[in-house]
Write a protein that binds this ligand. Sequence first.
Ligand code: ASP
Length: 346
Amino acid sequence: MPEPLSRRAFIGTAGAAAAAAALPGPAGAIEAPAIRRPVQNHFAAVSSGNGLRAVNRAFELVEAGTDTLDAAVEGVKIQELDPADNSVGYGGLPNEEGVVQLDASCMHGPTKRAGAVAALEGIKTPSEVARLVLKYTNHILLVGEGARRFALSYGFETENLLTPESRELWLRWRANRGTADDWLDVPESEKMTARPTGTINLNVVNAKGEISSVTTTSGLAWKIPGRAGDSPIVGAGQYTDNEVGAAGSTGRGESNIMVCGGFLTVEHMRRGMKPTDACLETLKRVVAATPPRLLDARRRPTFGLQFYAVNKRGELGAASLYPARYAAHDGREGALRDAAFLYESR
Ligand code: ASP
């Protein structure tokens, strides 16, 4: 709903019009009075390409009056609990020892709070544990065994997060990773060539301009045990400033951490950039900060990275190093869209 102009604003506008009428410009033209339109916020949610169900769920919940953080966590939980998404939560691909270690972080703009967990084992929904850190502790980041025990104290149960499919993928990776070890390679036809990655980031703003963000992941597949990526790092994997907007990321976490990409993207929006431009600007900084060993012969990154952003008004956008899709809900419908990108192809 448009906010009605206040009486004071109305008088100001009428006064300006009268003054303009009394003082015509040199050519006799009367300048139109400057009318300050009230800023209208509206719902928006933006997420990674695996987040279409998440943005739709967030929309339903926010429409029903749910807080933006709770809506964001419920949205990403769909992926965390889905055994078919092997980049997040249950069914996530494990570290090099075959153990699933999960990372997540979240921020709640209205209360200016953050929570995160890293290298959490045995709990399917690290986004919920991150929210508990935010709500009930004086800390921001809990890791490893401490994070797991913290979750158990709230009634979570330790479960096996490795699905038969994710174990199978790990076993094949272990068998084929080198020729100088004692693991016999599996047949060529079964070889995995790519290193699968994935994560879900979701940023939500409601019609009151209240903003929250969450990112959750199983991190890079086959990572060194104990490695935490960007997802649990507030300011990298996600960041919210309730006066400005929110942003988050998926892709090579180390490259995001190097530029504090979530924070940087919000700062670009603070200086007036639209969400998509802000994401592109952050990616340019990533490229500038990339060491030569991660650049190809044409000086393009050899990894993937994406940023997603919303501002307080409900404008949203995303950008990627290379062509990618993202999920968006603009308050009317949820859909997959093409992200802006820096490079046509790898
Ligand atoms: N950003 C995640 C990490 O580095 C991985 C990903 O999004 O693919 O842990």
